[in-house]
Design a protein around this ligand. Structure first.
Ligand code: GDP
Ligand code: K
Ligand code: MG
Length: 281
């Protein structure tokens, strides 16, 4: 029996999402627009083993905040359509920046697989990335690909099948200092006690509140629990927290990079990245 599943391809712009989408779906694709907007929406089909996969090529995003239309489209699709699997296509020549989006996808609680793409270019650059160690650290499958040549696609499809049949566990690699964890847990309790928030992953929603995400705060205001949420948020300095959260995400990424690759070439300077994320409004 064939089961139907949805697989979303996420990732930063120009990392090879569409190349991988084309390699998976061949000519079985259709192009339209996302509802209500003129952003291109590509869907395609592929049957692999016992699965009929509907593949969705999401707009390229650096984060999943509400800073741009592309980010809103990608995040709404993931939250509302709940794809069975999300494949994040990662540019192996730019790991540190790409893995920032990984933190967001993990916090959303998606069933994640990483396609480590552009591995021909990273190899040529002299980087040696240990995909097995990366997989161990992140607790998500990592498959090496060269999207433009269609290399690694069968392996990726096998991994999608395995991941779909694997019982879902919650990965929580990205944790924060005790103060942030405590406030986040307080918020998560409020969110989990109100059915208004039932469709949102509470960990992700609470971190977005702490980051001062305007879209999420507006959403929270529509709920009956906003009074309780506001009381918790009033106790913290939102701008400081947003920077701290981004900083701690990069620290975890850097810790991982030191373990999975020859650090000099794989790592960029973390502080520049934090500035970019925080001031990107
Ligand atoms: P998207 O913006 O994420 O959809 O990226 P595209 O699929 O459009 O790819 C961006 C560019 O990178 C294109 O010129 C692709 O041919 C190229 N590309 C994609 N994957 C690879 C890869 O693994 N290696 C190399 N060398 N180029 C790639
Ligand atoms: K492109
Ligand atoms: Mg594309």
């Amino acid at each position: 029996m064939t089961e139907k599943i949805t697989v979303a391809l996420a990732g930063n712009p120009n990392v090879g999402k569409t190349s991988i989408f084309n390699a998976i779906t061949g000519s079985k694709q259709h192009v339209g627009n996302w509802p209500g907007v003129t952003v291109e929406r590509k869907m395609g089909k592929r049957v692999h083993n016992d699965l009929e996969m509907e593949i969705v090529d999401l707009p390229g995003t650096y984060s999943l905040t509400a800073y741009s239309l592309d980010e809103i489209i990608a995040r709404d699709f993931i939250i509302e359509e709940k794809p069975d699997i999300v494949v994040q296509v990662v540019d192996a020549t730019n790991l540190e920046r790409n893995l920032y989006l990984t933190t967001q996808l993990m916090e959303l609680g998606v069933n994640l697989i990483i396609a480590l793409n552009m591995t021909d270019l990273s190899l040529a650059k002299g980087d040696r990335i240990d995909a097995d160690k990366m997989q161990e650290f992140l607790e998500v499958p990592v498959v090496s690909t060269i999207g433009s040549k269609g290399n690694g696609i069968e392996g990726l499809l096998d991994e999608i099948t395995k991941e779909f049949h694997r019982p879902q566990e919650t990965d929580n690699v990205f944790t924060y200092d005790d103060a942030i964890e405590k406030i986040s847990q307080d918020l998560e309790s409020v969110l989990e006690s109100d059915p208004f928030f039932i469709h949102y992953p509470s960990r992700w929603f609470s971190l977005k509140l702490l980051e001062g995400d305007e879209n999420i705060i507006r959403k929270a205001k529509e709920s009956d629990s906003y009074h309780g949420i506001e009381k918790i948020l009033n106790k913290v300095d939102a701008e400081l927290l947003e920077a701290k959260i981004a900083d701690q995400r990069y620290k975890t990424i850097q810790t991982m990079l030191r373990q999975v690759c020859n650090i000099n070439t794989c790592s960029l300077s973390g502080s520049d990245m934090v500035d970019r994320v925080v001031t990107n409004k």
